[in-house]
Design a protein around this ligand. Structure first.
Ligand SMILES: C[C@@H]1O[C@H](OP(=O)(O)OP(=O)(O)OC[C@H]2O[C@@H](n3cnc4c(=O)[nH]c(N)nc43)[C@H](O)[C@@H]2O)[C@@H](O)[C@H](O)[C@@H]1O
Length: 442
């Protein structure tokens, strides 16, 4: 398999990076929407004002310890903000923050920074939802690695006032240690996804409480420069969680084709699973993918996402012991008459050994070192998710965004919700509430 994966990836990468159509799709003129929550009157920016119809770039980053799938969630919020900005008439483009230096990507000896989104996702699919470009494309278009303004988002130091939730945004002094410093030329340096040459002309802290689009008026009126980066973008909430706009963006996050193909090849070879037999045919164009709920049958295996590491270090009540998990797995296999179990997990070597001892026939996707170098930890996680998404029955881990993204993928493929929204219970958990079913809004 090593040989074929290597060639698949090379083939894919050589075709992906030859495309030049990174530019904006044709977008209709949108009606202007009311804007509120701007900074107090009288705020003036010292930065020159961009011409009215100039292209503007929104960049963003997320709190460093956050994982891959939580970051995918923040992407949805940012895409929603860009849609709002465009509705208000601005020519905004979303710049995709390169992947890298993620705490959970612990495979040593492989280079895991400055990874473009095209290695994990189909860029043309993302572009069918909102205009996006890779960061290096931004550098080229922008004439250099300069970001005009960084806004570091933070909560309000005083929390909610009088216990009341209200949406608000204000420029405020930074209350955490600033992760940027001024160089000799007066530019700000920082992490910037591992691009050392990137600099910001200005860094400001902003307290924000509310939905992503509360930033729209601020970006239209207060920071009228060409490129603005929102750091700590996870501070902003979804505009409408699980509404049509959420699902459009989520559906557009199609995994890169080479990763799907590797997952499909693995399913066929080790799990006796093919799309034709399992009724899981995928349409390349997500805008035309509309599977009837309950239409997918899934491959003849049980799929499990068993989150460990930082989920067990906190001794959480809702995460099972390995023994508890194996008991649940055996019961489910019996109940659904399934002979194979596919396990996706971040368990360490010791735990894996213990798990294999109890489930000797379990199936895992275990790439060789050579494949891992090409796929990277992010690619392996996606292949794990893809295989879990095609199983006859799935069970995940409580409140893991890794499991949530599998739920969504299965919803897109048309599985009966009963086969998807399931999670392990902690050994001593009293009320083991199961995950919520979020229906696609088309
Ligand atoms: C406690 C919180 O947990 C949140 O994680 P949670 O939602 O599970 O999910 P993620 O945000 O994806 O972060 C977990 C990361 O751990 C690895 N990982 C976890 N499970 C698997 C698996 O089954 N297969 C593979 N290949 N990799 C796995 C993977 O790199 C994944 O992105 C974090 O985002 C937060 O930062 C925080 O750590």
């Amino acid at each position: 398999m090593a040989f074929s994966i290597f060639h698949l990836v090379l083939l894919y990468l050589s075709s992906t990076y030859s495309f030049s159509a990174f530019f904006l799709g044709v977008f209709a003129a949108f009606a202007a929407v009311k804007s509120e929550n701007v900074f107090s009157a009288g705020h003036t920016s010292t930065i020159p004002i961009a011409a009215a119809r100039d292209l503007r770039y929104l960049l963003y980053d997320v709190n460093p310890p956050e994982g891959f799938n939580l970051r995918r969630d923040v992407y949805i919020r940012m895409a929603s903000l860009v849609k709002t900005l465009r509705k208000e008439g601005g020519d905004w483009v979303l710049v995709l923050p390169p992947w890298g230096r993620l705490y959970h990507w612990q495979s040593s000896d492989i280079d895991q920074i400055r990874i473009p989104w095209g290695e994990f996702f189909s860029i043309t699919s993302l572009q069918a939802n909102v205009p996006v470009i890779e960061y290096e494309e931004f550098i080229a278009e922008n004439g250099g690695p300069f970001i005009d303004q960084v806004l570091v988002l933070q909560n309000y130091a005083e929390g909610w006032t009088e216990g009341k939730w209200e949406e608000k945004v204000d420029e405020r002094p930074c209350f955490d240690k600033l992760m940027y410093y001024k160089d000799k030329q007066g530019y700000y340096r920082g992490w910037f996804w591992g691009y050392e040459e990137t600099r910001a002309r200005n860094v400001t802290c902003v307290s924000a409480q509310g939905h992503a689009s509360i930033m729209a008026p601020v970006l239209q009126r207060n920071y009228t420069v060409t490129s603005v980066m929102l750091d700590r973008a996870e501070t902003l909430l979804h505009d409408v969680y699980a509404g049509k706009d959420y699902w459009d963006t989520r559906r557009s996050m199609v995994f890169a084709k080479h990763l799907r193909l590797i997952g499909d090849e693995f399913r066929a070879k080790y799990l006796n699973s093919t799309d034709d037999r399992d009724l899981t045919t995928y349409r390349e164009d997500w805008t035309r993918m509309r599977a009837k709920p309950g239409s997918a049958k899934g491959g003849p295996y049980l799929a499990v996402h068993l989150r460990r590491k930082d989920f067990i270090w906190g001794h959480r009540e809702d995460v099972p012991s390995l023994k508890g998990a194996v008991k649940t797995i055996s019961n489910l296999m019996k109940k659904h008459k399934l002979e194979k179990v596919f396990i996706a997990t971040d368990a360490d070597g010791e735990e894996l050994k213990e798990l294999k001892g109890m489930l000797p026939h379990m199936v895992r996707f275990e790439p060789s070192q050579e494949d891992l170098e090409l796929l990277k930890d992010g690619g392996v996680a996606i292949i794990d998710q893809w295989i879990c998404s095609h199983a006859r029955f799935f069970i995940g881990t409580s409140v893991s965004t890794f499991s949530f993204r599998i739920h969504e993928e299965r919803e897109i493929l048309g599985f009966d919700p009963k086969t998807t929204y399931n999670r392990f219970c902690g050994d001593a958990e009293k009320e083991c509430e199961q995950p919520t079913h979020w229906k696609i809004v088309y």
